[in-house]
Design a protein around this ligand. Structure first.
Ligand code: HEC
Length: 90
């Protein structure tokens, strides 16, 4: 009986620990997901038209929902046209 209680207590402690640790990790990856296709994270409907600001540039030929992804304008390095997305298809 004592052994069973010890096992239950250990498992409970581990579950609590995993929940605490687990709760601290997701916000980082969640931020990355929000910076990308945020509507998939929030459950919002995907945008169908292009972002209004999109018309001010002509180098990136994407249309529709892609134009609303934060990373598509700001780049993953957040340097915009001066970063990695300053050349190439973005
Ligand atoms: C269609 C292109 C586009 C998309 C998509 C976009 N932004 Fe921006 N964002 C801009 C432009 C242009 C500015 C103004 C930059 C300036 O005036 O220097 C700006 C400004 C900002 C700023 C103000 C600080 C700064 O760097 O100038 C933040 C913060 C920002 N955007 C975050 C986001 C986030 C978060 C998302 C996604 C939810 C997003 N942006 C999506 C184009 C975009």
């Amino acid at each position: 009986m004592k052994k069973l209680l010890a096992v239950v207590a250990t498992v409970t402690a581990l579950l609590v620990l995993f929940q605490v640790v687990g709760a601290q990790v997701p916000p980082v990856s969640r931020g990355g997901q929000l910076y990308d296709e945020w509507w998939k994270v929030t459950g919002a409907e995907a945008p169908t038209s292009s972002h209004p600001v999109w018309a001010t540039q002509s180098t990136n030929t994407r249309t529709g929902e892609d134009t609303w992804r934060c990373k598509e304008c700001h780049g993953w390095d957040y340097l915009g046209a001066e970063g990695a997305y300053g050349s190439g298809s973005h």
